[in-house]
Ligand binder design. Structure first.
Ligand SMILES: [Zn+2]
Length: 191
């Protein structure tokens, strides 16, 4: 399928079905995602479904791992208007500098927000939805989000940066929340 056909298909498709998001401590979240060999129509439509799912959640970032697809694909939109989707396929951090603490949350661990320390300024290389390689510098929220999503592709979660005690408390709360039916109106809170 050509890119033109894909673009047409994309614009003529009004609704993309939402994907189910895995919740911590699901073991699938610990898998290491595979490198995407070909950015073809299948990958582009995965990107579209992931964006739809991320906006609906709502969230500012989503890694394919979180929707149980174990390929190195992630989407991010940190804009206020939710109108600047960014796609990263096979992302790689080239350089990382400085240090910054920011409160993080995760669609796979809803309701839980904790402070995590990460490099403040990064340079990342990736491939976009159309298959074009690019490099970019990121700081602030975008830098945090890129690192958080790349962690997902490596089977790592932001709670891994917390103490084992805190992580276990969060895990227990999540397990109870899932047992109770994973009600989005009654989210687990920070322990
Ligand atoms: Zn996350």
């Amino acid at each position: 399928m050509s890119l033109l056909e894909l673009a047409f298909e994309h614009s003529s498709e009004p609704v993309v079905s939402l994907l189910d998001i895995l919740y911590y401590p699901d073991a699938q979240l610990r898998r290491n995602a595979a490198v995407v060999e070909n950015v073809d129509g299948t990958v582009a439509s995965l990107v579209d479904q992931m964006l739809e799912t991320m906006y609906a959640a709502p969230g500012i970032g989503l890694a394919a791992t979180q929707v149980n697809v174990h390929q190195r694909v992630m989407v991010i939109d940190v804009s206020e208007e939710n109108d600047t989707p960014q796609t990263f396929i096979n992302p790689e951090i080239l350089t990382a500098e400085g240090e910054e603490e920011m409160q993080e949350g995760c669609l796979s661990i809803p309701g839980v927000y904790e402070t995590v320390k990460r490099p403040a300024l990064i340079r990342v290389a990736a491939i976009d939805r159309e298959g074009n390689p690019f490099e970019m510098d990121a700081d602030g929220l975008l830098a945090v989000c890129i690192q958080h999503e790349i962690d997902h592709l490596n089977g790592k979660l932001f709670v891994d940066y917390l103490s084992p005690l805190k992580r276990n408390r969060i895990r227990k709360r999540m397990e109870k929340w899932i047992r109770d039916g994973a009600n989005p109106d009654d989210l687990p809170e920070r322990p």
